[in-house]
Design a protein around this ligand. Structure first.
Ligand SMILES: [Zn+2]
Length: 84
């Protein structure tokens, strides 16, 4: 466990520092969104763990929420290498 997520990138602050992005993929509506790490770090603190099971507790899919779908467990969060 944790091999794909090096410790330094296991938190929002670490992700920011590493310069890698983070995106969520909603398994329900199949929408993909790139998270605003800076905004999240501000909101939840840089120490907030950002593994998918952590994030799925604090973020939700606005599409699904407005449609009244269960939005608690729908998200797959994937590390997103920054593209040039
Ligand atoms: Zn959704």
């Amino acid at each position: 466990m944790g091999k794909e997520y090096p410790f330094s990138e296991g938190t929002l602050g670490g992700k920011l520092a590493a310069g890698t992005g983070l995106s969520v993929y909603c398994l329900t509506c199949r929408r993909r969104a790139v998270l605003d790490l800076a905004a999240l770090a501000k909101r939840f603190g840089p120490d907030q763990p950002c593994l998918h099971w952590d994030l799925s507790k604090i973020i939700y899919c606005s599409e699904c929420r407005s449609a009244g779908r269960d939005d608690d467990r729908n998200h797959a969060v994937t590390p997103d290498k920054r593209r040039r």
